[in-house]
Design a protein around this ligand. Sequence first.
Ligand code: MG
Ligand code: ZN
Length: 387
Amino acid sequence: MKYFGCLVFLFIIFSCGSTKVMQVQTPVPAPPVVADIEKPLVPKNIILLIGDGMGLSQVSSCYFFGNDAEPNFNRFPVIGLINTTSADAEITDSAAGATAFAAGIKTYNGAISKNVAKKNVETIVEHIENKSISTGLVATSQITHATPACFYAHNESRNNQEDIAEQLTNSSIDFFAGGGIKYFTSREDEKNLLPALKQNGFVIDTGKVDLSKNLNLNKKYGCLLADNGMPSKLDGRGDFLPNATKQALSYLSQQSGGFFLMVEGSQIDWEGHAASIEGTVLEMQDFDKTLKVALDFAEKDGNTLVVVTADHETGGFSLKPALDETGERYDYTKVVGGFYEGAKETPSAAHTATLVPVFAYGPMAEKFGGIYENTEIYNKILEAANW
Ligand code: MG
Ligand code: ZN
């Protein structure tokens, strides 16, 4: 018993000692909180909004005209500028401008996702089509017009809108909304592409954007709501652009693999060509209202990167002091819009070379700050989303 008692005593001492040693040798590891915070969030969804012809003065018009609400442009924490020059001209057109965004290359004016050698270049939509990422396009022009076309078609000329319509019919786009029915139904080759669209899984609506309708992810949707472009805001387009964007987001966000949505305020450019100050202001307000839809979605979702930019500026638009009653002096208390003389004389030559703004919100938004080439928009989107 005496020996046993000693052994128990020694055992207790030894155990306590060894426990202490063990504690020193294997400290409880700190939770890996720091590593988690440092890991950058990769956005699952991308919304690219293009204001065709939207220079800084067009953006600024939202701050001087119209409603009293703060412009939604205020909600972007990151701002950049891009050079829009194309491969063959200092001043780009919308086709070369959109090819830069859709395919990441500089090309000749008029090209729809073709390079200067007139070879097809892979578009962002083609790049992600096998990654179970859904894709959508919304425009106030015809959906076959240069800007949206560059995301799903390849053509030597933007003018071949019937060819482009056929390429949309056979594309992997999941949702589209805009005008341009006639390129599908009243064609020179007398084909009607609506049955072909249906065969390719599309439900086609030619009435209006119906926000009460629940869109099923197992189907694809196309809204063709005008023969050519949609009406202008001046001609009573109403809320087509914000509403179609809202519908596209409610449909595309059902997809667990993420989505890419391109939304174009097409007619900012058209009002610039028409040298219409009132039209420009209204199209910009409509675009700003559409930004609200995109930003509200991204804010709630937390995993969506919103990028806003322009293919070029149109009209040399400016915000200048108004003339006073005498017509001889300027009144610096009052701002009016104006276009450069050349744009008014030759509407087809209204585009200008000025750098245009980029706005970004959401995960990886910081990538879009700085001054760079328009082709970088494509590279930055792919890098940001890890696509
Ligand atoms: Mg356009
Ligand atoms: Zn234009």
